[in-house]
Design a protein around this ligand. Sequence first.
Ligand code: ADQ
Length: 459
Amino acid sequence: MSRLVVISNRIADPRKPAAGGLAVALGETLSRTGGMWFGWSGTITEDGVPGEGKLQTRQAGGVTLATVDLCQEDHDSYYAGYSNSVLWPVFHYRLDLADFNAGYIAGYRRVNQMFARKLLPLLKDDDILWVHDYHLIPLAAELRALGCKQRIGFFLHIPVPPPLIMAAIPQHEWLMRSLFAYDLVGLQSEADVSHFTQYLRTEGGAESVGPQRLRAFGGTVQVGAFPIGIDVDEFSRLTAAPDAVQTYEAMKNEYSRRRLLMGIDRLDYSKGIPQRVRAFRELLARYPENQHSATLIMIASPTRDSVNAYADLRHELEGLCGAINGDHGDLDWMPVRYIHRTVARKRVPGLCRASAVGLVTPLRDGMNLVAKEYVAAQDPEDPGVLVLSRFAGAAEQMKEALLVNPYDTQGMADCIQTALRMPLAERQQRHQALMDRIRRHDIHWWRRTFLEALEKAQD
Ligand code: ADQ
């Protein structure tokens, strides 16, 4: 059997818990299959030379972890710059937040070239390579330029925007062309596949040359939707384990007379966190029965602090939560509990289970694993209700959630009220249907179908 080599910007020790969908998903995948995980170590060296990072390898269970450091300049241009100040905002439809600094692209190319140079000597002939996410779009093209013949698949965890938005990136054509070096390009949703296809038709004159196969820019590319899932069994085990049970009981105890609503995200502008808080404020105003009762717990982990847009978001949120608590709170009730921290993964299921409503309201999201985790953690006899943004990739699958438009504050408040008042039978019915879906398309299904499709992809 071929060895699997996973390449992503950040790697995480598969034996340790992590926040961030990609880390969680890949950790679970590799610990099942064994293989190698290659990526940035997370270390920024002060005296390093751009495009030259030290390679280190170590064993973690059955997985070889191979990492390179980045120097400050590479980190600033490749990671904070091109990846997170150009690609992330544009792919999430936020042209207003993009910083098209002309200096970033050189760092992005340099680091992708360095990754290719460092990785190539570690490869065996029959390895299968699986590259992840927007940081590494040109990696296969760089590897091919060095003579790499192995099969290489790519999975994009974030959404693909419509062609006219994509075209705002000065290097859009180079970026999209470089995807043709992969044997398979996997996207999260059918909407993403449709946007990618439309882009290739309008910008590259693409024509279909087979199912999910397109010819454009003088080459061909195979594309498909592979919606990522969670490890449902593992999450159920976590839900029944002592830490989660303890968290659940502590929450039930502390909030015994309250209805809990919860959100848990990285503190990212794509996640619609201020919009969620505004809808909650609207809920309290429109439906006063929720005063002294509904409590919104929001756990937002720090992320990408070096990018300005994130500091702005943090200030906005702090102001908003403070204002609601000041306007509506009482000596015995704080409407919003905002926690700017990563909570231990083993406690997440307890928090989900104690909450009558799970609020997953991104303005745009590739998939969103929290939506699936919330459902998996519920008690089937008395399940909570998932309120899910129609703009999350997860909405394509999770039709039995209450779907909302996060830009519509009043609509979202009404929807939360519906969730809070939903009769038990309807909650059970929706939960059962959602459980069936996330079970059918879990993380193992995702890995299997992607890797099978990669194996079958034409040369
Ligand atoms: P993310 O944007 O990181 O992932 P998401 O899919 O929601 O988003 O995954 C977040 C993960 O981190 C979940 O497992 C969640 O439980 C955990 N997490 C988040 N905040 C936390 C906190 N404060 N404390 C503890 N744990 C926390 C990207 C894309 C998504 C896509 C995934 C996987 O942006 O759209 O679903 O990759 O492809």
